[in-house]
Structure formats: C-alpha cells, structure tokens
Design a protein around this ligand. Structure first.
Ligand SMILES: [Zn+2]
Length: 84
C-alpha cells in the first residue's frame, strides 16, 4: 500500500471496499482468524500474523488481503479463495 504510513497504532485493519467486505463476511469467523494468523512473510520466511490490512476484491469472488507482517512490518499479501 504505497503512501500509507506504517505505524504500530490501532486500527489493525482498514475499512474494506463494500464488495470485499461482503466476501469477507462469507468466511466463518474462526477461519478468518486462522487466515489472518498465517500469512506468509517473505522477509521472516515464515507464516506471520497480518496487521493493518485491507482487502481487494478479485475475479471469481477471490479476495486479496494486503497488509503488514505483525513481526517485521514487511508488506504481506494473501490470496483468499472464497469458493464463489
Ligand atoms: Zn515478517
């Protein structure tokens, strides 16, 4: 997310665009938490929690989560297939 100030203050996520929010709402809550806790960080070379993220709606009802590694602050991205 170019131009976004990376600070460590809340909120932990940015508002989603409406279509992204609608897709995200279809994901069960316990699955959501699991997804957010296990995003691959290329800098840490491990799965990390995502922070300060937003979601971008993609084709085929997929969702891209874009945010920052909670451990190192590196940009992390995760494609989420909502099965639509
Ligand atoms: Zn990291």
């Amino acid at each position: 997310m170019p131009g976004v100030d990376i600070n460590r203050e809340p909120p932990k996520r940015f508002p989603f665009p409406p279509r992204a929010q609608a897709l995200w709402d279809t994901v069960p809550e316990e699955v959501r938490d699991d997804i957010l806790a296990k995003v691959w960080c290329g800098h840490c070379r491990d799965s990390r929690r995502i922070e300060d993220f937003t979601a971008i709606p993609e084709e085929h009802n997929d969702l891209i989560l874009r945010g920052f590694c909670a451990t190192c602050g590196h940009v992390v991205v995760r494609l989420l297939e909502t099965g639509g």
